[in-house]
Ligand binder design. Structure first.
Ligand SMILES: *Cc1c(COP(=O)(O)O)cnc(C)c1O
Length: 414
């Protein structure tokens, strides 16, 4: 029996297995691809599991990541993982006053902002609490260069200040008290196709940051140039490699920010999927196999309620699962989930070994955008169990619970 079969037997399916050794490898690989002065933020959106966040934080012996969050739920994971609020970058276009209060009360000071009113909200709460918030202006640049499946810039958007009108609104931003405008945040793309296009995007971003700094007379202390680092999504294959990136980033920064290594700005990149994608494996049980009009359907106990459910929104890659089977692929079938919707398809007409009810399918590279990016509550099945291992040792076993909790309804309600 393989290690995965053992785990599936012990904990049942669907089961996520995350390997912390693999998390640390990805962290060290990406940090090693960047100039050593860079900070690397981990976007918890990709997977907020506190054990993974803890592994990315590191134990002080090696350089670790800092957390990038967008909710107080993610903040709870970050604090559970041992981070201090002061290490956090808080992003997102819809920060509420309640969230800002909670975040600042728990020590968060750095906020990426998307509009003048967003900066005003941050300043208002900072003022209430008697603190100063460090504000990054997220920039939605007018043009962009890399090829990617997911682009977040260059078009009208809830994200960021439009680069071409930033100068016009800057006086209003500068008028906000209790905030210190420390720099820019760019996140133009996700999952860049290859290293050359990623480098081209970063070069464009660095040039634009320098241009905006000069035009707006805004001294930058901090510059987050975004991400786009790639890893396969639920199909076999290795993480992207970036052998030229370190030198190319250094060169672009030397050109546009001479002396940056000594005098700043502090540079940062960010990633979600790259850091944890390969650490995760999804084990799904085969509930049934059926043939319809000559086509075979392998029905799993994990569908879009467990994995990739957000794909339909176009913000994730389409689900196109390819299991990592030792056995030879002899069959062609569709891998579908258990939900009562024809949309519950993980893989259409793919090559598979001969499968029958009771077998376990192993889906690789499933560590990012898994349970929390899925339709977890749709059709009311329990969430998958998540096991964290380090090599052969099981570190933690958990499952997200969703329960309806009732509030007291007063009798004299209208
Ligand atoms: C989603 C997101 C990320 C992470 O994207 P990946 O493709 O998982 O690396 C990083 N930063 C921001 C601002 C994001 O919205």
């Amino acid at each position: 029996m393989t290690r995965y079969e053992h785990l599936a037997r012990e904990y049942g399916t669907p089961l996520y297995v995350y390997d912390l050794d693999e998390v640390e490898k990805a962290r060290d690989q990406l940090l090693g691809s960047l100039p050593e002065e860079f900070h690397l933020f981990y976007a918890l959106k990709a997977n907020p599991h506190p054990e993974l966040v803890r592994a990315l934080r590191g134990d002080g012996t090696a350089k670790g990541c800092r957390p990038e969050i967008s909710s107080t739920g993610e903040l709870a994971s970050v604090l559970e993982a041992g981070f201090d609020g002061s290490e956090v970058m808080y992003t997102g276009p819809g920060k509420t006053f309640e969230e800002l209060r909670e975040a600042m009360s728990l020590g968060v000071r750095m906020f990426s902002t998307d509009s003048v009113t967003d900066v005003q909200h941050v300043g208002q709460v900072a003022g209430e609490l008697g603190v100063t918030a460090q504000v990054l202006l997220r920039v939605n640049s007018a043009s962009a260069s890399a090829t990617t499946s997911i682009r977040m810039t260059g078009t009208p958007s809830q994200f960021g200040f439009d680069s071409e009108t930033l100068g016009e609104v800057l006086p209003d931003v500068r008028a906000v008290s209790h905030v210190d405008i420390v720099g820019f945040h760019f996140f133009p793309l996700s999952n860049a196709r290859d290293e050359d296009s990623l480098i081209a995007e970063f070069q464009g971003t660095i040039a634009l940051a320098a241009q905006l700094q000069a035009e707006l007379d805004l001294p930058l202390k901090f510059l987050d140039i975004g991400g786009g680092f790639t890893v396969p999504y639920a199909v076999p294959g290795p993480r992207g490699t970036y052998p030229k990136l370190r030198v190319e980033l250094g060169a672009a920064l030397d050109t546009h920010f001479p002396g940056w290594r000594e005098n700043g700005p502090q540079l940062a990149c960010e990633s979600g999927r790259y850091l944890i994608g390969a650490s995760g494996t999804l084990l799904a049980g085969v509930s049934n196999v059926k043939v319809s009009r000559g086509r075979k359907f392998v029905i799993l106990d994990a569908g879009i309620n467990t994995f990739g459910g957000m794909s339909g929104l176009g913000r994730l890659l389409p689900v196109a699962v390819q299991p990592d089977e030792g056995a030879e692929a002899v069959d062609q079938a569709s891998l579908v989930g258990p939900l009562c919707t024809p949309g519950d398809i993980l893989g259409r007409e793919i090559k598979l070994p001969a499968l029958q009810a009771g077998d376990v399918v192993t889906i690789p590279n499933a560590g990012a955008y898994g349970p929390t990016a899925s339709l977890l509550m749709f059709l009311g099945r329990p969430a998958p169990t998540e096991v964290v291992v380090r090599g052969d040792e099981v570190v933690s076993v958990s499952r997200i619970e969703h329960v309806r909790s009732y509030s007291q309804v007063s009798a004299d309600r209208p």
